[in-house]
Design a protein around this ligand. Structure first.
Ligand code: AMP
Length: 558
């Protein structure tokens, strides 16, 4: 797998700055192959799955072209099969153009108010990313002119064909000038795809990210589909229960490494980070302390960890799902203590990353089992057992006579042996800095997300949108508490916003939210008592419709 740093592509300063802000350390294989070709103006067929960094692979050269030409009008058109892909591509492009104030990107897709899109298109955009149906709609209304397009990109072309967009693609291309660069990305290369490339591309170069035969058979692999906001808690619990020190944790960006290192250190774990922004001396220091056993957890990017040969790793955590299946194999290949099979844990968030995980399973021909995050009770039980073991070993092997005298003295002062032991236990169990006990509210969220990503998710969402929520009364309501938020109908709040925010941010299934009442200035809704703390804390860290929420328990004086 040959990859190169972004600095070798000769990119402009604002694009380099944006890449640095995002924290990408090195180009992925598909970017390494595609960026130079696209920057030279060639038509390209890229065979690559989602999750490999293909959006940036076509977006970076397109942005560079815009910078070189400095022209008005829509110059880049990106066709995507689904609204989710269109939104994601648009977000990625906006991140890459954040230091270029005159380049604007619009996402146009079905299901969103068309007037809003028309206003956005009228305000002047250079890059349009959208689904074929809605793009044709705008063409018919003359709200989207394609006469200035210089680069046309078909993203996930095989998906577009299987969704029946073939005729739409033909219609759209009749409006795009012949003189253009055409890029096509597809996971598969069917004869239908080749037909499209013959029609719309000129002498295209084919790029395939070659996959090696990969074996990970000796490693026990688990995955956890959890919301991003719960990853740190999940990681801590797995560490507490499995005790895999020394372990490696992989993130996709330098920024994520830095954030995770400080979050884990705050929780009392002995963790250090390793990434490409660090000076060689600092890197060597981290590696020496890790090798010497003074650091339990090494949190690293793929690039920084490349070539590092460390044996005896208890477990590898994929805090972020890797960009490429080869990265996955390299990462988890480091686990496995002498004679024992290794352990690998992968966090995924949502259906898109699940699709990437399935891709990894397919190419590695391995089974990655769905894991369950340990409950707070299990975590406490593990800590208790570990403590009991330590006490027994000490009683058996050490001379404690001096200490026993001290206990007797305390007992003479009227403190019972149980009280002395409890105080010492508390000090011992928090002496490693792990003051935070796992909270039961989080247990609820971990259990809740399984429903959320399960079969019922769609129907829940439909219910909430209609506002026709099926409320049960009786016993269930007895365990419900009312939450207040400082946003009401005057702020445009609807039941769907509340259900959406709670379900998305906390992972609670939408159907566990009870009665919702919306007043002019505030709203209330019922949630199960055990989830109230989680809901309040999480909502106070997020926004609904761009506004602060001010959540708290509802009391009658409001
Ligand atoms: P895509 O294949 O475009 O859907 O990208 C999948 C994910 O990879 C996105 O979250 C991107 O932000 C991320 N990504 C793209 N390029 C890189 C890179 N060079 N290094 C790390 N992450 C990347």
């Amino acid at each position: 797998m040959q990859t190169i740093p972004f600095s070798e592509f000769g990119l402009s300063a604002p694009v380099m700055q944006a890449i640095d802000d995002i924290g990408y350390e090195e180009a992925t294989p598909i970017q390494t192959a595609a960026i130079p070709l696209l920057m030279s103006g060639r038509d390209v067929i890229g065979q690559s799955q989602t999750g490999t960094g293909k959006t940036a692979a076509f977006a970076i050269p397109a942005i560079e072209r815009l910078l070189a030409d400095c022209e008005k009008g829509v110059q880049v058109l990106i066709l995507c099969p689904t609204r989710e892909l269109a939104i994601q591509a648009c977000e990625e492009i906006r991140k890459l153009t954040r230091h270029i104030d005159w380049i604007h990107t619009a996402a146009v897709y079905g299901g969103q108010d068309i007037e809003r899109q028309i206003r956005l298109l009228r305000s002047g955009v250079q890059i349009v990313v959208g689904t074929p149906g809605r793009i044709m709609d705008h063409m018919r209304r003359h709200t989207l002119r394609l006469g200035d397009v210089k680069i046309a990109i078909l993203d996930e072309a095989d998906e577009m064909l299987s969704m029946g967009f073939r005729d739409d693609i033909d219609t759209i291309f009749t409006d795009i000038p012949q003189e253009r660069q055409t890029v096509l990305f597809s996971a598969t290369m069917s004869s239908e795809i080749m037909e499209i490339t013959k029609l719309y591309q000129t002498n295209p170069e084919i790029i395939r990210v070659v996959r090696k035969e990969l074996t990970v058979s000796e490693i026990e692999q688990y995955y956890y589909n959890i919301p991003h906001s719960h990853k740190i808690e999940a990681l801590s619990r797995l560490m507490d229960v499995y005790h895999p020190e020394p372990a490696m944790i992989f993130c996709n960006t330098k920024k994520q490494v830095d954030e995770l290192v400080s979050a884990m250190q705050q929780r009392g774990y002995v963790a250090e980070g390793l990434h490409g922004d660090m000076k060689q001396q600092a890197r060597d220091h981290v590696m020496n302390t890790f090798r010497g056993g003074k650091v339990d957890f090494l949190i690293a990017t793929d690039v920084a960890a490349r070539g590092i040969d460390i044996s005896g790793i208890g477990a590898v955590f994929n805090y972020d799902i890797p960009q490429d299946v080869e990265y996955y194999v390299h990462r988890i290949g480091r686990t496995g203590r002498a004679g024992k099979s290794g352990l690998a844990f992968t966090f995924v968030t949502g259906s898109r990353e699940m699709a990437e995980l399935r891709c990894i399973m397919k190419y590695t021909r391995s089974e990655i089992t769905k894991g369950t995050i340990p409950t707070s009770e299990q975590v406490m039980e593990c800590r208790r057992l570990r403590f009991a073991k330590k006490v027994c070993a000490s009683v058996e092997n050490e001379d404690l006579s001096e200490y026993m005298r001290m206990v007797e003295q305390l007992a003479d002062e009227g403190i019972s042996a149980i009280e002395i032991a409890a105080a010492l236990l508390k000090a011992e169990m928090t002496s490693d800095g792990r003051t935070s006990m796992p909270s039961e509210a989080d247990d609820f969220a971990f259990a809740g997300h399984e429903h959320r990503f399960g079969r019922n998710a769609g129907s829940e969402r439909r219910d909430s949108r209609d506002g026709r929520r099926n409320r049960r009364s009786g016993d269930r309501d007895k365990n419900m508490v009312k939450i207040y938020i400082g946003l009401g109908s005057s702020a445009g709040i609807k039941p769907g916003h509340i259900v959406g925010a709670v379900a998305n941010e906390t992972g609670l299934p939408g159907r566990s939210i009870g009665r919702i009442e919306i007043s002019d200035r505030y709203s209330t809704f019922d949630v199960p008592q055990e989830a109230a703390e989680l809901v309040i804390n999480t909502l106070n860290k997020t926004r609904i419709m761009g506004r602060r929420v001010s959540a708290r328990l509802f009391t009658e004086q409001f």
